[in-house]
Write a new protein. Structure first.
Length: 121
């Protein structure tokens, strides 16, 4: 195998290792973004079609059902998101609020004592 390719693969794997913070627990930074106590990810970009988000490993279609107003959620999305676009533009970038998504996930888990699924304080 080409040594440059192998070095690149090693660098990519090192950037995808979990980074623990007291505030948010393990967090995987997309494209080498490191989450630390001073730099916790606030937003993630809606992943491309056929891929999963780097933190929670949810699909694009599942995230869309959580952030867009649909009949399933009574046109009240349970997860906050914003769309950044230039004035007059049709297309933009959809950003998902990580804290809102994390709260939604914890709210969906069973919170019985002792099962390890209780949300952090």
């Amino acid at each position: 195998m080409n040594t440059q390719l192998k070095e690149f693969q090693v660098a990519v794997v090192q950037n995808l290792r979990p980074r623990d913070t007291e505030a948010s627990g393990p967090c995987y930074g997309p494209q080498g973004a490191r989450a630390s106590e001073n730099n916790v990810l606030e937003f993630i970009r809606l992943p491309k079609s056929g891929t999963r988000d780097p933190i929670f490993s949810l699909t694009r279609s599942h995230l869309n059902s959580l952030i867009l107003p649909t009949a399933e959620n009574n046109f009240k999305p349970p997860v906050a998101s914003i769309c950044l676009r230039r004035r007059g533009a049709v297309k933009g970038v959809r950003l998902i609020n990580v804290d809102s998504l994390r709260s939604y996930i914890y709210g969906q888990s069973e919170t019985t004592p002792g099962n390890g699924n209780t949300p952090p304080p």
